[in-house]
Design a protein around this ligand. Structure first.
Ligand SMILES: [Zn+2]
Length: 290
């Protein structure tokens, strides 16, 4: 009985520690459980002997193995379900897509797991050509070779895309890092990447110096969409399509909490909920609102 209770307690602690991000791997967890000083520091010194016992080590191994296999099982069953339901119900669409893609728009958004472009726009596979990265950033054309530049060129020259949407989102980690650069202390690659959003940082420092941190992040999300649209314009394929009048650029912000999308209206110089088009829009050439 005591053995079972101890096991339950170890399991529950492992769950708590994992949720709190105290372990990033099984290896790290095992090292820490064997370290009486760490256990004491976390306030579990009184049961330290249980936590660094052979039983706790065995439970820890099993706990992480189960965690790994649970994710794999979930993904595997998802794939089976997709194949047997969604895929079958849209068989004709996938057969058509197998031959060719003819997307309607290039959708540039953040890598954030909470943004699902096809879900929020209720579009089907094949309708959106998507570029994703941290902060929905578009390096300007003079940047070192970039995947973004290659995808933009392909979308415009081979897929004849006529609309590009740059979609930022609320609570964006990349924008939080622009407001709080100290968060980048252990992310040198991210710090380097965010140089392409240095324009956003300058605007926030200059125009929103007195805003609260929360407001600064919200403004950074919006301003960054506009900064990235300017970066987009530096690409030859974009400039060419704009001057030929065969391309429209759109700036959007998706709010995770409400599901609302704000659209930038250049004639009003502000973001408004989608569908709230101004009455007599004086649309600027090549930049329209949807
Ligand atoms: Zn983001």
């Amino acid at each position: 009985m005591f053995e079972e209770q101890s096991k339950d307690m170890v399991r529950s602690l492992l769950r708590t520690f994992t949720e709190k991000g105290l372990f990033s791997s099984k290896k790290e967890a095992l090292e820490k459980l064997k370290d009486p000083a760490w256990i004491k520091e976390k306030g579990y010194g009184h049961i330290g002997s249980i936590l660094n016992s052979d039983m706790a080590i065995r439970e820890c191994n099993q706990f992480f193995d189960e965690l790994d296999s649970r994710l794999l099982k979930r993904l595997t069953s998802g794939i089976h379900e997709f194949k047997s339901k969604e895929f079958l119900s849209q068989k004709e669409l996938f057969e058509r897509l197998a031959k060719k893609q003819t997307p309607d728009a290039l959708f540039i958004t953040c890598s954030d797991s909470r943004i699902v472009p096809n879900l929020i726009t209720q579009t089907d596979p094949g309708e959106l050509f998507i570029i994703r990265n941290a902060g929905n950033i578009i390096p300007p054309s003079d940047a070192k070779a970039s995947g973004e530049g290659a995808s933009i060129e392909f979308a415009l020259k081979h897929l004849n895309i006529r609309d590009i949407i740059v979609c930022g989102h609320s609570a964006c980690g990349a924008m939080e890092a622009i407001v709080h650069p100290e968060a980048l202390h252990d992310l040198p690659m991210m710090a380097d990447w965010l140089q392409y959003a240095s324009g956003t940082k300058k605007i926030i420092e200059k125009e929103y110096a007195n805003a609260s941190d929360e407001e600064k992040i919200d403004f950074a999300v919006q301003e960054n969409v506009l900064v990235q649209i300017e970066n987009l314009r530096t690409h030859h394929s974009v400039a060419e399509a704009l001057s030929d009048g065969r391309l429209n650029l759109h700036g959007w912000v998706y709010d995770i909490r409400t599901g609302e999308v704000l659209v930038y209206y250049p004639e009003l110089e502000q973001f408004l909920p989608i569908g709230n088009k101004p009455k007599s829009p004086r649309q600027e050439r090549n930049t329209v609102s949807m």
